[in-house]
Design a protein around this ligand. Structure first.
Ligand code: ZN
Length: 222
């Protein structure tokens, strides 16, 4: 337990919601920050606000619309069908929003520094990283150094899910006592359907397969 405050970069999805409750366990005070970046499913910000309310965590939503217009991707461009997997010859699927975590974490760092907060929590994971380069540990460590140099401040970027797969992330939610809340209230689906989602987009598949593996493991131990 840190006797300090933290801010969670919070989208209202499975991963960042698990991180929100992890942060509540680990830090004296927790704040949450969401971004409207031109995502097709802007209601995720309102779902995030509702979850933060249930968690008793102060919530701030900020507008960063340029992210959705700078790059061309299927999460912000409604005319673009989303890749179900990484296409041959490509580095990542077209659901990758270039620069998203770079911008989010940089803005969160400025926001945190203004309030005397050093600890920033993000739900990125290298294990099930879906081909997104800005979810990898090397990027986070590099950005941590850059932010500290940029603002002459000792930020600590926390990534509690970095080495967990989706089943282990469900296990962590269960350990934190919020498995049902995460299952019911969060929005992970690329088609904008909360809870168990549409069932067939890549985000739903990853989430469901992880949950099935975790629940099967629980049954095996009963
Ligand atoms: Zn879906």
């Amino acid at each position: 337990m840190y006797n300090e405050s933290s801010v969670v970069v919070f989208s209202g999805g499975q991963d960042s919601t698990t991180c929100l409750f992890w942060a509540k366990r680990e830090f004296k005070d927790v704040f949450s920050l969401s971004f409207r970046y031109g995502q097709k499913h802007a209601k995720e910000v309102e779902l995030a606000r509702a979850i933060a309310g249930k968690a008793g965590v102060p919530f701030t939503a900020m507008d960063l619309p340029l992210i959705g217009t700078l790059g061309h991707n299927a999460l912000t461009d409604a005319s673009m069908p989303m890749d179900e997997q990484i296409p041959d010859g490509e580095m990542c699927p077209n659901t990758f929003v270039p620069g998203r975590n770079l911008f989010f974490l940089s803005v969160a760092a400025v926001w945190a520094r203004e309030r005397g907060i050093r600890h920033i929590v993000t739900g990125v994971s290298q294990t099930d990283y879906s081909g997104y380069p800005d979810c990898r540990d090397s990027f986070i460590k590099s950005l941590n150094v850059t932010l500290n140099l940029a603002m002459d401040y000792q930020f600590v970027l926390h990534t509690p899910l970095m080495w967990l797969d989706k089943a282990q992330t469900w296990a962590l939610a269960d350990e934190l006592g919020v498995l049902d809340l995460v299952r019911r209230d969060t929005l992970t689906c690329y088609n904008g359907i909360p809870g168990d989602g549409c069932g067939h987009c890549p985000a739903c598949k990853l989430r469901r397969e992880g949950l099935e593996r975790y629940l099967a493991a629980c049954l095996a131990f009963e």
